[in-house]
Design a protein. Structure first.
Length: 107
């Protein structure tokens, strides 16, 4: 069965002028990142520890974890440097009529 598209709401309202934003869906933390008007959604919880990537620093396509400065590529969720050993999940997104849709299975 294909994974459904979940409407996270109006993108501009969600981001409120910022480039990083965390939301919680059914207890699952999703990080939304906007780079050059392109939007990316990955797991917001760092794969190394208990830190929210949406609280980190975004530099181009790299989000730096606020706790130990590990970095992920927001386009893929790929872990880019130590101390990270695991990627985070990346979600397909699209914007429709201003709404941010993410391919996410609700639990
Ligand atoms: S918790 Fe993110 S790098 Fe350690």
């Amino acid at each position: 069965m294909s994974v459904p598209w979940l409407d996270l709401g109006n993108l501009d309202d969600l981001m409120d002028g910022g480039e990083c934003r965390g939301v919680v869906v059914d207890g699952h933390k999703l990080g939304i990142f906007v780079v050059d008007e392109e939007v990316f959604v990955i797991d917001d919880l760092c794969s190394h520890g208990n830190a929210l990537l949406s609280d980190g620093d975004l530099d181009g396509y790299e989000i730096e974890c606020p706790l130990h400065a590990g970095a992920f590529d927001v386009r893929s969720g790929k872990a880019l440097c130590k101390p990270l050993t695991r990627d985070v999940r990346k979600y397909e997104t699209r914007v429709e009529g201003g709404a941010l849709l993410v391919r996410f299975e609700r639990t």
